[in-house]
Design a protein around this ligand. Structure first.
Ligand SMILES: Cc1cc2nc3c(=O)[nH]c(=O)nc-3n(C[C@H](O)[C@H](O)[C@H](O)COP(=O)(O)O)c2cc1C
Ligand code: SF4
Ligand code: SF4
Length: 385
């Protein structure tokens, strides 16, 4: 059996993620028993949402009265602890989807539950009672408040995810940049009807893990998310075992065959920022130079990032290729005898080649994001090059 780390190279909180599939929280539904019934087909599960303080518990009660299922408890921390302990040996990484108005509401849970789980801030709930209480979607319109909660959790030592709903903020690109800047580990985005263009916009503006969500119900839909910037996909309404296991099997085949389960499309085919790893030298009229311009990277910087990143690796040579180095070469799925000749010389299989390109893309991303901390670069329309 192939090791999950070898397939996906995904680690959160020091633990390998078995498969890049998450269960999305659904209040009143996604609890430990729900997760245990699906544990063989997911890598992460966000249980909840749980209301953690007086205003959100009050809002939850109102929501329940109007017919919504909720996980309500007068002692939410005791409930959460019990649920977390049921999942301890499940092999699934546990995340807590939490509603709260103040940093302290989240810190109280952290102090009781500890570092082993992911703390997901519910900035997604649109129910008027919750928004009126100052939680859920309210945080997307009041980013200073959201930033304060992220900071408090990070200072305490938590792994933090922020669950957002696309299209609520006036500027999702800026929101993604802020969430990254403040130190969150994960953006979990419900893309609503915006699809992969929005996902790409978020990918192009942050360098943290992205969980893509909404209406994913088969491997094709998951693959579309992966090739536009998602590291993980999450399922709510369609998270039955038949659907989950079909997606899991598809991703596993993709990872084994290609070597990079969420490789981006080429830039000229709609790829996101990671696809710079497959772009040519910046010498011709094509989408590369306008894209570099939009993300604030000069052609020389792009050139240097790539050359320096591949120095001393098997991607550095490439006599038979267009630009004399495999650094500038296309995806393995694009047939090319010249590239393959160089790969043969370097004794690199297509799978190893793609793994090396993943490393290259990580290094380019790091250089770009280190240099532009906090400056959102690519809006949605820009991303449509
Ligand atoms: C009944 C129900 C309850 C939900 N409760 C929450 C919640 O408490 N917190 C949250 O962040 N998202 C909540 N969501 C949103 C889901 O996590 C998910 O983002 C949304 O359903 C879209 O994904 P899907 O198409 O895979 O279902 C809820 C969704 C449903 C249907
Ligand atoms: S540099 Fe090459 S791969 Fe990149 S956009 Fe231009 S033609 Fe496409
Ligand atoms: S050698 Fe082939 S793979 Fe490399 S840049 Fe040229 S066309 Fe693309």
């Amino acid at each position: 059996m192939t090791d999950s780390y070898d397939l996906y190279e995904l680690e959160i909180n020091g633990r390998t993620v078995n498969t890049p599939i998450a269960l999305a929280s659904m209040a009143g539904i996604t609890d430990a028993d729900y997760v245990l019934a699906r544990k063989d087909n997911c890598g992460i599960a966000f249980i909840g949402g749980y209301s953690t303080d007086e205003p959100t518990i009050g809002a939850g009660k109102e929501m329940e009265k109007s017919g919504r299922a909720e996980f309500l408890s007068d002692d939410p921390i005791a409930t959460i602890k019990e649920e977390v302990s049921k999942l301890k040996d499940s092999g699934v990484l546990t995340g807590l989807n939490l509603r709260g108005c103040e940093p302290q509401s989240f810190i109280n849970v952290f102090n009781a539950v500890g570092k082993d789980v992911i703390y997901e801030i519910d900035a997604h709930c649109l129910q008027p009672a919750m928004v009126g209480a100052g939680a859920g979607e309210y945080l997307l319109k009041n980013t200073e408040k959201l930033a304060g909660i992220i900071r408090a959790l990070k200072d305490a030592g938590a792994v933090v995810s922020v669950k957002i709903r696309a299209g609520v903020s006036d500027d999702d690109a800026a929101l993604a940049a802020v969430i990254d800047d403040v130190g969150a580990d994960i953006i979990h985005v419900d893309l609503m009807d915006f699809g992969t263009a929005k996902l790409k916009e978020i990918r192009n503006n942050c360098n943290i893990l992205i969980i893509a969500n909404n209406s994913i119900n088969d491997f094709e839909a998951a693959r579309d998310m992966f090739s536009h910037g998602a590291d993980i996909v999450s399922l709510g309404r369609h998270a039955d075992n038949a659907t989950l296991s079909g997606i899991r099997a598809g991703i596993e085949v993709q990872a084994k065959e290609s070597g990079w389960y969420n490789s981006p499309k080429q830039l000229c085919r709609g790829g996101d920022i990671r696809s710079l790893a497959f772009c040519c030298m910046p010498v011709k009229r094509c989408p590369l130079i306008p894209f570099l311009d939009k993300i604030g990277v000069s052609p020389k910087e792009y050139h240097d990032y790539k050359v320096e990143s591949v120095a001393g690796t098997k991607l550095s040579p490439g006599e038979s290729t267009c630009f004399g180095s495999l650094a500038w070469c296309c995806k393995s799925s694009t047939p090319c005898m010249f590239r393959d000749l160089s790969l043969k010389r370097e004794q690199l299989s297509h799978r190893e080649y793609m793994r090396s390109k993943r490393r290259l893309s990580e290094q380019i991303m790091k250089r770009i994001f280190d240099a532009r901390k906090g400056i959102p670069a690519v809006s949605e329309s820009d991303a449509e090059e």
